[in-house]
Design a protein around this ligand. Structure first.
Ligand code: NAD
Length: 320
């Protein structure tokens, strides 16, 4: 059994990676500044998880976190596109400079790095499915930062001989996803709307489609990437390889809640990609990874979680 560091481990995806590591018998340290992450996401582990509350931008803290660590799952980031447009300097400082601190410390500690990349690297291309051989075309400071970071990581593999993997996530959904993210939280928002009898606001015609990937599958894919020997600098999509439109997703949600969900259409979001779908073959080939959850089974578990958590646990920042 090994010790792993999960940066951003108090956040949505990071906390599920922590769960998967603990279930596999590993020990875990988390580095998180709790800016969007929440202690409650780790509370069920008690003392089994060591939480270091600190900032990626502080090299000394980052280095300390690598003591005794075999590998790092680097999830910490400011994952908001609109925020990166408003404040590109902070986006760069956290997502690029902070990541560099993690990679330098991993190099010094001889730790393997599995990095949370993003499908936003592909930009607004019409080509579907999106495969790793396509050129990158970031459309926002956030996407540019994610691309720069994965390229830094690949360069570290080349010059320092490090073991590194970038996993490009698509639209991840599941329990603990906050519903106040304007970018990836559409399922989180619609679940709450549906449960509270509110109207779901669909941006545009609702025919836009996404490769929604259930978070338990993403966590499992991360562990596979850590355990599998791969050439340094490997980059791959981590998604189901399917896509579903927002309208079909709402139909599915209606079936699960058992009543009509009110909908209204508002203006499409500027710069929104119409369709997104991963070519999932590389992860299958290299890791043997396929999603175990169907969209419907993931949505059912997600809805159950929101049903239990609404009014009880912290999905709002004030309750952190
Ligand atoms: N959710 C998605 O659909 C999606 C898609 C593509 C890529 N990603 C990537 O996956 C990763 C995890 O995203 P998430 O959806 O779980 O978001 P999240 O906001 O829940 O998690 C990010 C975590 O990083 C922490 N953090 C932020 N700035 C920090 C700093 N300066 N120092 C230390 N910790 C800091 C936050 O507190 C939070 O716990 C991110 O790197 C994101 O870019 C997510």
């Amino acid at each position: 059994m090994s010790k792993y560091l999960v940066t951003g481990g108090a956040g949505f995806i990071g906390s599920h990676i922590v769960d998967a590591l603990i279930s596999a018998g590993h020990s875990v340290r988390v580095l998180d500044d709790l800016s969007t992450g929440q202690r409650v996401n780790l509370a069920h582990h008690g003392d089994a998880v060591e939480l270091v509350v600190g900032d990626l931008r502080d090299m000394e803290t980052v280095s300390r976190c690598f003591e005794g660590v075999r590998g790092v799952f680097h999830e910490a980031a400011l994952p908001s596109v609109p925020r990166s447009v408003e404040d590109p300097l902070t986006c760069n400082a956290v997502n690029v400079d902070g990541s560099l601190n993690v990679f330098v410390a991993a190099r010094d500690a001889g730790a393997k790095v599995v990095y949370a990349g993003s499908s936003s690297a592909y930009g607004d291309t019409e080509v579907l499915p999106k495969h790793e051989g396509m050129p990158v075309a970031p459309m926002s400071p956030y996407a540019a930062a994610k691309v720069a970071t994965e390229q830094y990581l690949a360069s570290f593999a080349k010059v320092y001989g490090m073991e590194t993997v970038t996993l490009r996530y698509f639209n991840v959904f599941g329990p603990r996803q906050r519903n106040d993210s304007p970018y990836s939280g559409v399922i989180a928002k619609f679940c709450r709307n549906a449960l509270q009898g509110e109207t779901c606001r669909i941006e545009g015609d609702g025919l836009q489609s996404r490769d929604f990937t259930y978070v338990h599958d993403v966590a499992r894919g991360n562990l596979l990437a850590m355990e599998t020997a791969l050439p340094g600098g490997t980059t791959m999509n981590l998604a189901g390889g399917d896509r579903i439109s927002l309208l079909d997703m709402l139909d599915e949600l209606e079936k699960l809640v058992g009543h009509k969900v009110e909908r209204t259409h508002v203006d499409p979001r500027a710069g929104d990609v119409k369709h997104s779908q991963a070519d999932a073959r590389r992860a299958k080939e290299l890791l043997g990874f396929t999603c175990e959850h169907t969209f419907a089974s993931g949505l059912r578990e997600t809805l159950d979680w929101y049903r239990e958590s609404i009014g009880v646990t912290a999905v709002t920042p004030e309750k952190r």
